[in-house]
Design a protein around this ligand. Structure first.
Ligand code: ATP
Ligand code: MG
Length: 353
C-alpha cells in the first residue's frame, strides 16, 4: 500500500478550520485502504509567535524535510504584522524548499453563481501558474531611514528576474498546457512599463515557445489580462505570470468563480528534492474565524492536488467530483450564497465520495 507522511500546518484563523475539513475528507478516503497518510501536526503560526517570538522553530525546515508533502492552512493574524508572519512561515517554507511553481486552478462549481453570469460558466476552467521564487517577492530593497531628514523616507522594492527562473516556470506552464484540452499558454507582464525584468521574461517566453510548436501562445499585459479574465475567460487555458501579477490574477479568478474560499493551490518543487506544499489561496480571514463559516472547498481542493502530486490521481479526481456533487446539491457556505457550516459542507463532500 502507498504510505505517505504528511505535515499539517493549520496556522491561523480559518486555516485551522479548513485544514481540519481537508483532513476529514482525506481520512475518509484513506479508510478505504488504498493508501495511508501518517499525519503530524505542527502548531506554528501567530500564536506560536506570541509565545516564542518566531513563527516556526529555527530547525523547522529540517523537521519538514522528511515529509512527503505539507498541508497548509493560512497564515496571518492582526497581532503580528503581515510581512512578519508571511515571511516567517509561508514564504520561508516556499523559498527554503525551492517551491518555485505555484499552481492555482480556477474552477467553476455547479450551483455556485459566478459574478460573470455567462451562460456557459460551468465550462470555464483555467490555471494560473505563478512564478513562486523570485520576481516582485524576492525581498530585495531597503528603507533609507537617514533620508527622513531630507524631507521624507525613501524605500526601494526591487524585483528579481533570472533567465533560469523565467525559463523553468515557462517550461512548466507549457508542459501543463500539453495535458489540458486546450493547448494554450498566455504569458502576462507589464513589459511596456517595466523595461528590464519583464522584457527578459518576454524574451525567454518567445524562446521557450519555439520548443512547443503544438501549443498556442499569447503575451498579454497584466491590466489587459485582468479585463480578459472578466470579458473573455473562455479563451484561457494556462496563464503564466510573475509572483505578484499571478497572485492578484488568481484572486480575481477565484472571485469570478464565486468566492476566494473556493480556490486551491499547490506550491511545487517540481524536481521533488524537497516536499511540496498544498494550501487554499485564501488567507486567515479573521472576520469569520472561529464561527464554523469558512468555505472548506479551497482546502479540500488543495488536498486533491496533494493526492495527485503523490500519484493518487484517481483519488484526487474522486474528491473533485464529490465537491462538485455537494455543490450541485446546494450544500454551500455563506460566501457562495448558502447557509451551511464548514462541517456540513465537509460532511456532504464525504457523503459524495
Ligand atoms: P492574505 O493577506 O493572507 O491573502 P487577506 O487579508 O487578503 O489574506 P483573506 O483572509 O484571504 O484576505 O480573505 C479576504 C476575505 O474573504 C475574508 O475576510 C473573508 O471574508 C473572505 N474569505 C476568504 N476565505 C474564505 C473562506 N474560505 N470562506 C469564506 N470566506 C472567505
Ligand atoms: Mg490576499
Amino acid at each position: 500500500m502507498n504510505e505517505f507522511r504528511i505535515a499539517a500546518i493549520p496556522a491561523d484563523g480559518i486555516g485551522r478550520e479548513v485544514v481540519a475539513a481537508g483532513r476529514t475528507v482525506l481520512d475518509a478516503l484513506q479508510a478505504e485502504g488504498r493508501f495511508s497518510l501518517a499525519w503530524e501536526e505542527f502548531p506554528w503560526g501567530c500564536d506560536y509567535y506570541a509565545e516564542h517570538g518566531v513563527m516556526m522553530p529555527e530547525d523547522g525546515l529540517e523537521v519538514l524535510e522528511g515529509f512527503d508533502a505539507i498541508y497548509f492552512g493560512a497564515v496571518g493574524w492582526p497581532t503580528v504584522p503581515d510581512h512578519v508572519s508571511l515571511w516567517g512561515l509561508r514564504l520561508r517554507i516556499c523559498q527554503g524548499f525551492d517551491q518555485w511553481a505555484n499552481v492555482r486552478p480556477v474552477r467553476f462549481l455547479p450551483g455556485v453563481a459566478s459574478p460573470l453570469r455567462k451562460a456557459d460558466d460551468a465550462e470555464l476552467d483555467w490555471v494560473v501558474v505563478r512564478e513562486n521564487s523570485e520576481g516582485e517577492y524576492a525581498g530585495l530593497g531597503g528603507r533609507n531611514l537617514a533620508a527622513r531628514g531630507a524631507g521624507g523616507e525613501v524605500a526601494v522594492q526591487s524585483s528579481l528576474f533570472t533567465e533560469v527562473g523565467c525559463e523553468r516556470i515557462m517550461r512548466f506552464a507549457f508542459d501543463l498546457a500539453r495535458t489540458r484540452p486546450r493547448r494554450r499558454v498566455a504569458s502576462v507582464t507589464k513589459s511596456n512599463a517595466q523595461q528590464y525584468g519583464m522584457v527578459l521574461w518576454d524574451e525567454v517566453f518567445r524562446r521557450v515557445a519555439r520548443d512547443y510548436p503544438d501549443v498556442e501562445t499569447e503575451s498579454v499585459l497584466v491590466d489587459a489580462m485582468a479585463a480578459k479574465f472578466v470579458l473573455r475567460p473562455e479563451d484561457l487555458s494556462v496563464v503564466v505570470a510573475s509572483n505578484l501579477n499571478a497572485d492578484i490574477l488568481s484572486d480575481l479568478g477565484s472571485a469570478l468563480a464565486g468566492s476566494l474560499g473556493l480556490a486551491a493551490s499547490a506550491n511545487l518543487n517540481p524536481e521533488r528534492r524537497f516536499p511540496s506544499m498544498f494550501e487554499p489561496v485564501h488567507g486567515s480571514a479573521p472576520d469569520i474565524a472561529g464561527r464554523g463559516a469558512a468555505n472548506p472547498v479551497g482546502a479540500i481542493g488543495s488536498a486533491a492536488l496533494m493526492l495527485a502530486h503523490l500519484g493518487l490521481e484517481e483519488e484526487a479526481a474522486r474528491i473533485e467530483r464529490a465537491v462538485e456533487a455537494a455543490s450541485a446539491q446546494g450544500v454551500l457556505t455563506r460566501d457562495v450564497g448558502g447557509s451551511a457550516s464548514t462541517d456540513e459542507v465537509t460532511a456532504a463532500v464525504v457523503a459524495n465520495l
